[in-house]
Design a protein around this ligand. Structure first.
Ligand SMILES: *Cc1c(COP(=O)(O)O)cnc(C)c1O
Ligand code: SF4
Length: 406
């Protein structure tokens, strides 16, 4: 039997011992009891002096906030715990490199109206709020996320929806933030219904980390709203198998039942999920829960997150490992979101042996490292075959080279 995912309620720290299950299951309670200061946090888990110092340093820059649910997943005895490294400010935040950017994706530059980025012809990104249940320390939108001053106002959202209605080329609306589920269900319902009424919009997407950091937010009322505008594509961000809980599994199940189509955008983070095995186990769990791994993001060149960045070779090695070993459904694209608004590009291991294919077959190396011949065509009707049909009937298929011959 497979081990069942743990429940955060059942494993909650002593600090919350007297909390009742109904409270713990309420997202309002979780939201109101987020841990936001050193004094509270150190009563729950032991902190290093670096962490204490950086939490105070970050207070007026990029605040700390951690839901009781997510905090429960931290292994207090390990400074390398993957949840700790995502939620508790680490010394690296204070270090700056000359190439780091405040707005690495130039999102502010491509805003035809405030709170909406229109970069690709057919899709727009809308910033619904600048709040999130947990402020991920690797956030690429640190420049505004967590800052209450920069929160989009209601009339901005109305203007963004009017922009979409006035641009028939927009077929895909991606609600982002911050976390759109930090809005009240009533406000979210209004926005979703207004967008669904726009005839040329085919796809509504919601980018949210709530299934990970505040799964209690996925409640019956929210699901009713999502179902009323179905299908909604929900992109979430699980980064490590330690984030798998029975609460998250329940949230994902409810989203599926509300007709949502689920996918995951993992951020590749040094010391957190930068090994093939960690990504494979995470993706297997996601597939079991009806979530398709969609992207693995190379961490952006954002200010103060360089300590999370991995060499590109690390991501390529992970991709090479996944192909062949894991259902193709569980193999995402590894992408870089280029600085200055260049957009996303996929990067992939090279399976073609260099220098092959000129008047001879291409040579590909498969997932097991074996070489295979593949005859390409040049695409013109006369040049399509190098052999007469009689010849090709007699000829057996290019033989698979035995890897032992190498
Ligand atoms: C990432 C992004 C999208 C969505 O890109 P997909 O590749 O379709 O997932 C849209 N607009 C902006 C500005 C983005 O950064
Ligand atoms: S949920 Fe998203 S927007 Fe919010 S802090 Fe995390 S990465 Fe940033």
């Amino acid at each position: 039997m497979r081990e069942a995912s743990r429940s955060s309620y059942a494993s909650r720290p002593r600090f919350w011992r007297s909390v009742r299950q109904e409270e713990w299951s309420s997202w309002i309670w979780q939201q109101q009891n987020r841990v936001r200061d050193v004094e509270t946090l150190c009563q729950i888990i032991p902190l290093s002096s670096d962490e204490i110092e950086t939490i105070n340093w970050s207070a007026d820059r990029f605040r700390m906030a951690i839901t009781p649910h997510y905090l429960t997943l931290i292994d207090g005895s390990s400074l390398e715990c993957p949840i700790r490294l995502q939620a508790i400010p680490q010394r690296g935040e204070q270090v700056r490199f000359p190439y780091e950017l405040d707005d690495p994706l130039a999102e502010e530059k491509h805003m035809p109206v405030p709170g909406l980025t229109h970069r690709y012809p057919d899709r727009v990104l809308v910033y619904m709020t600048h709040n999130c249940p947990v402020y991920c320390r690797h956030c690429t939108r640190k420049r505004k996320v967590s800052d209450p001053q920069s929160a989009p106002r209601a009339q901005e959202l109305t203007a963004a929806i009017a922009y979409i209605a006035g641009h028939p080329e927009v077929r895909d609306v991606l609600l982002s933030g911050g976390d759109p589920l930090s809005l009240s269900t009533r406000r979210l319902a209004g926005a979703l219904a207004a967008i669904r009424r726009i005839d040329h919009v085919d796809v509504i997407r919601v980018g949210t980390r709530n299934p990970v950091t505040l799964p209690q937010r996925i409640d019956a009322e929210l699901c009713e709203v999502l179902a009323s505008v179905a299908p909604v594509y929900v992109n979430t961000q699980f980064n490590h198998l330690d984030e798998a809980t029975s609460e998250s599994e329940q949230a994902l199940k409810m989203l599926r039942e509300a007709g949502c189509i689920l996918s995951n955008q993992m951020v590749l983070l040094a010391g957190i999920n930068d090994t093939p095995h960690k990504v494979e186990t995470l993706n297997r769990w996601l597939l079991r829960n009806g979530v398709r791994p969609y992207y693995i993001f190379q961490a952006d060149m954002a200010a103060g997150i360089t300590h999370y960045r991995t060499p590109l070779a690390t991501g390529l090695e992970i991709m090479r490992h996944l192909r062949g070993r894991l259902s193709g459904l569980g193999v995402p694209q590894f992408v870089i979101d280029l600085p200055d608004g260049g957009g996303k590009i996929p990067i992939s291991p090279d399976y073609l042996e260099p220098g092959t294919g000129k008047e001879q077959p291409l040579l590909f190396r498969n997932w097991q490292g074996e070489l295979f011949e593949f005859w390409d065509v040049d695409g013109t009707p006369t040049g399509q075959s190098f052999m007469s049909s009689a010849e090709s009937e007699n000829r057996s298929l290019p033989s698979r080279r035995n890897p032992k011959d190498r």
